[in-house]
Each structure stands twice: as structure tokens, then as C-alpha cells.
Design a protein around this ligand. Structure first.
Ligand SMILES: Nc1ncnc2c1ncn2[C@@H]1O[C@H](COP(=O)(O)OP(=O)(O)O)[C@@H](O)[C@H]1O
Ligand SMILES: [Mg+2]
Length: 371
């Protein structure tokens, strides 16, 4: 099982003092595989203001899920959080706490998972137990966290199933997960995550497996519930269309780093990083003229065991500048006149080198001998 090692608590960074439900600071997660160390996250820093929706986008393998799992302290073996802080401020008047000081198996962490932070996984069966009815599972969670009264817990169970748009919530509550369609199961999982009214909901590609009609319904519903109960959402997706619909702010991830962050409007109308531009060009859009093709991003994400020096995107970048981009890791730089829009790219003035040059892949000296 992965655990937090002492260095995760040592370098204290001060929280911003704003009302952020979560602040992730300089998070590093490594997977200690038999072939070497895979650096899945290389210093990820972001925050989610209370009641806001943050989109986390990037191609497969960029570290989106590992970031979500880290907040739940559910990074699986052989993964470890090796550095960083995760500051949770569940309620407005709370002091932020660095949850990495709790053991992942501790009672405190279990409380956080059930009460303060909920997670919706891509595959509903990850969190639904096939041997209990949907209603039993939600009722259990409510009994554990909200009320000891069984009848009251059942009433709340049916109510939450109704709120996630189940047509006949009493009947659904008495059904087993396998008796439901994919869309219904997804709604049941959302109901379960919402049944504890978490301050933060982590939604990891929650609608990827669904047909577009069900997807649209579920997205509407999440947005509605988010407004109703004022929770914050970390919305992980590789679908930029979903981002436009759901999010207030966006971070773009590439190979375990955030390469751009901005409001959703700025990401769509004024993207700065060549990777963000490429991601946007690869989605269908209104105004695409007849015969104009969607672009694909050149090349693929390098495999986890190869090392890239300089900017991790340089081998695929249309704006690649030899001698700079392949040598120096660009630091996170605010776009002039807008401290809330930042980018890691040498095209932008002020993107000084970051001290650390190593980007991802194997730690030095651990490459397999035969390769
Ligand atoms: N069990 C694992 N063993 C080794 N490496 C892993 C494991 N899980 C994740 N990783 C590494 O973490 C990277 C990020 O994974 P992930 O967060 O799942 O990507 P995303 O959700 O953006 O598709 C992967 O590319 C891989 O290198
Ligand atoms: Mg993922």
C-alpha cells in the first residue's frame, strides 16, 4: 500500500489565506516499479475556491487521476506521495489542515473520505458493491456520517436518488447495481458521493462511459447540485467540450505538470501554451468549415520510462526552439497583466528556467540495462 513518507510533511509552504476548499502544493508522486521510478506528478500546485468548479484536462497519462487519488490518499501501490502538501479547508471557518500528516488508513482520513471529499470514478463498479442494493449502500453511508436514525436515513436515500434524476427512486433503492443500466449506475454512484454533501467532489471522467444524452443529463444535474449545496468540484476530463459546459477555471496537465492555468473563457478564447492550443484544435467546434479536418496532436505522450529534458512537450511542439526548449524546463509564468493566467512555456517573456531539469520518467541511474 502506498503511504506518505516523512518528506511529504517537511517542506511547509504557507497556504494562501484565501477561502479555498483545497490547496495542493508542490505535489510529487512516484511509482516505484520493478523497472525503476516513474515520476507521475512532478510538482503539481493548484487550488479550488469554495463553490467553484476546476477542470483538470490533458491527454491520457498526464497525471489527472493520480492527482485526484492523492487528495483521497488512495494512490495505489507502488505509488507514493513523496513530497508536497494537500491543505483541506472543509468549511469556511476551519483552519486548513495538511491531510498528508494523517496516515492513509487513519480514522481521520476515513472521515475526510466519507464526509468532506467525495469521489466519482470513471467505472461505477469501483465504488458500488454488487452484493448490496443501491439503497442499502447509500443508507449505510448516511447512517455512518449523518444520522443514527434508520428511517430518516432511508428517507434521505430515496430523496438523493430522486435528486439525481432517478425516475422511480423507491424501486431503484431496492435494486442491485447489476439490475441497473450504465447510466443509472452512474447516477447511483453520484448519489452515493453526494449523499454525504461533501465540500469537495472529485469527478474523474464521470461521464466518459455514457452515451451523449445521458452524459448531458448527468452534467446538468451535477451543475445544479453543485449550485444547490455550494460544493466545489474538481472535474477531471480529457473532453474540452465538457470543460466549457462545467468549469469556472481550468488547469491543463502534461506529463505530471500543470502547463497552463486560466479561467475557462481564457482557455478557450486566448490559450497560450502550444499544448492547450493543440488540445482545442482536436475537438469538434461550431464554425468548422466544410472539408476542414480536425487536427490531431503530433506524436504521442512519451512512455513513462523515457526521460525528457527541458520542456516535456518539446518533442511534439510546433513552436519548438532548439537549444532552449530541449534544454531548460520553463517555470510557471503569469501572462502579462493577468496574474491568474499562467503558462509554462519559453514563448512567453519571463519564463525563467526552473531549477530542476529532470522532467518525468526514470530517476537517473535506474534505467533497465538492456534498453
Ligand atoms: N500503477 C502504476 N504503476 C506505474 N505507473 C503508474 C501507475 N499508475 C499510474 N502510473 C503513472 O502515472 C501516470 C499518470 O497516470 P494517470 O493519473 O492515471 O493519468 P490520467 O488520469 O491523466 O490518464 C501514468 O502515465 C503512469 O506513468
Ligand atoms: Mg485517469
Amino acid at each position: 500500500m502506498a503511504e506518505t513518507i516523512p518528506s511529504a510533511q517537511s517542506t511547509e509552504i504557507r497556504p494562501t489565506g484565501e477561502d479555498n476548499v483545497i490547496e495542493v502544493l508542490d505535489l510529487h508522486v512516484h511509482f516505484f516499479t520493478t523497472l525503476g521510478v516513474v515520476r507521475a506528478l512532478n510538482g503539481v500546485t493548484f487550488k479550488i475556491p469554495r463553490g467553484r468548479v476546476l477542470g483538470v484536462v490533458g491527454e491520457s497519462g498526464s497525471g489527472k487521476s493520480v492527482t485526484g487519488f492523492s487528495i483521497m490518499q488512495l494512490v495505489q501501490h507502488p505509488g507514493k506521495i513523496v513530497k508536497g502538501q494537500i491543505l483541506l479547508k472543509a468549511r469556511k471557518d476551519d483552519q486548513p489542515i495538511n491531510i498528508l500528516k494523517y496516515d492513509r488508513h487513519s480514522q481521520q482520513m476515513r472521515n475526510i473520505r466519507g464526509n468532506e471529499v467525495g469521489m466519482i470514478f470513471q467505472e461505477p463498479m469501483t465504488s458500488l458493491n454488487p452484493s448490496y442494493t443501491v439503497g442499502n449502500q447509500i443508507q449505510e453511508a448516511i447512517l455512518l456520517h449523518q444520522t443514527p436514525d434508520k428511517d430518516e436515513a432511508w428517507r434521505r436515500t430515496v430523496d438523493i436518488l430522486r435528486r439525481v434524476g432517478m425516475p422511480n427512486p423507491e424501486r431503484i433503492a431496492r435494486s442491485y447495481p447489476h439490475e441497473l443500466s450504465g447510466g443509472m449506475r452512474q447516477r447511483a454512484m453520484i448519489a452515493m458521493a453526494l449523499s454525504c454533501t461533501p465540500s469537495l467532489l472529485i469527478a474523474d471522467e464521470p461521464t466518459t462511459a455514457l452515451d451523449v444524452t445521458t452524459e448531458a443529463q448527468i452534467l446538468d444535474l451535477m451543475r445544479e447540485l453543485q449550485k444547490d449545496i455550494g460544493m466545489s468540484i474538481m472535474f477531471i476530463t480529457h473532453n474540452m467540450g465538457v470543460v466549457a459546459q462545467m468549469c469556472d477555471e481550468v488547469v491543463v496537465m502534461y506529463l505530471g505538470r500543470i502547463v497552463e492555468r486560466a479561467s475557462v473563457e481564457e482557455i478557450f478564447y486566448d490559450p497560450k501554451h502550444p499544448y492547450t492550443v493543440a488540445l482545442l484544435r482536436s475537438i469538434p467546434r461550431i464554425g468548422l468549415s466544410k472539408g476542414e479536418k480536425l487536427e490531431v496532436i503530433k506524436g504521442g505522450v512519451p512512455d513513462s520510462y523515457s526521460t525528457v529534458t527541458g520542456c516535456p512537450f518539446h518533442p511534439r511542439c510546433p513552436n519548438f526552439m532548439p537549444g532552449i526548449c530541449d534544454k531548460v524546463m520553463p517555470a510557471e509564468t503569469p501572462i502579462e497583466g493577468n496574474p491568474h493566467h499562467t503558462v509554462r512555456c519559453h514563448l512567453y517573456p519571463g519564463s525563467a528556467a526552473e531549477a530542476e531539469v529532470e522532467t518525468s520518467g526514470l530517476a537517473p541511474g535506474t534505467a533497465p540495462a538492456a534498453s
